[in-house]
Design a protein around this ligand. Structure first.
Ligand SMILES: C[S@@+](CC[C@H](N)C(=O)[O-])C[C@H]1O[C@@H](n2cnc3c(N)ncnc32)[C@H](O)[C@@H]1O
Length: 230
């Protein structure tokens, strides 16, 4: 992949994540100014995992989003379509049942899960509406969807500073620290192009989910959307 672009070809996205898998979590922490742990905590609290709860973690990467759910006793399946991410995840969390799955065409029966969740992955899928529809299909009636994703800071001056940071500083930091800077330029561009909180909520509703709501984190840098399958 010669440069970051938003015409996402699924194979290119998977290959890009294969390339950064090993150092991904560390870099992610650096680039998010160390806020990822706090964001993860709120996302986990929103999911409210408990023993016996069946949870599908889509685009789970190396399993950082799945591990806290398993620690709470839930039966979580970390899934991803990148072999590189899955391999790094299996090394890091040997007890978790990492499963190869494309979020756009899930290899699971209808109504299999109490909760389907996706952290920092929906933005990367090539067809967001299809991913939301597939998540709905595999969720049990009364089950829930929880999405953590970068979003739009709500305070305008902060939004300006943040956008400048994303477009200028983040790619520079990435170029110095990452073996695959394209992956991080792509990250910055894809965050900027992503729908804001209300627009994403509308798309979740259009995909068939009910009672869609969200919580802003770090002033809206990230939003955690939740919804119910009626
Ligand atoms: C930014 S990582 C997120 C990892 C993890 N959920 C976390 O919170 O740290 C995004 C992941 O989305 C995966 N991904 C992108 N499109 C996908 C798709 N259509 N199906 C499954 N995984 C996908 C990539 O392979 C990558 O591992």
């Amino acid at each position: 992949m010669s440069r970051a672009n938003l015409d996402k070809d699924p194979d290119e996205v998977a290959a890009m994540f294969d390339g950064v898998a090993k150092r991904y979590d560390l870099l992610n922490d650096l680039l998010s100014l160390g806020r990822t742990k706090a964001w993860r905590k709120v996302t986990t609290a929103t999911i409210a995992p408990k023993p016996g709860m069946k949870i599908l973690d889509l685009a789970a990467g190396t399993g950082s989003s799945s591990a806290p759910l398993a620690a709470a006793g839930a039966d979580v399946i970390p899934s991803d379509f990148s072999e590189g991410m899955l391999a790094a995840g299996r090394l890091r969390h040997p007890n978790l049942p990492f499963t190869k799955a494309d979020a756009l065409n899930l290899p699971f029966e209808a109504e299999s899960f109490d909760v389907v969740t996706i952290s920092f992955g929906l933005r990367n899928t090539t067809d967001v509406d299809k991913a939301l529809g597939e998540a709905l299909r595999v969720t049990k009636k009364g089950g829930r969807l929880v999405i953590a994703e970068f979003s739009s800071p709500t305070f305008r001056p902060f939004r300006t500073i943040y956008t400048n940071y994303l477009m200028r500083a983040l790619p520079v930091i990435a170029r110095r620290t990452s073996s695959n800077p394209d992956a991080y330029v792509y990250l910055a561009e894809s965050i900027r192009a992503w729908p804001d909180q209300g627009a994403l909520a509308d798309r979740v509703t259009k995909a068939g989910w009910s009672q869609v709501a969200w919580e802003n984190l770090t002033g809206g840098v990230v939003a955690v959307h939740r919804a119910i399958k009626a």
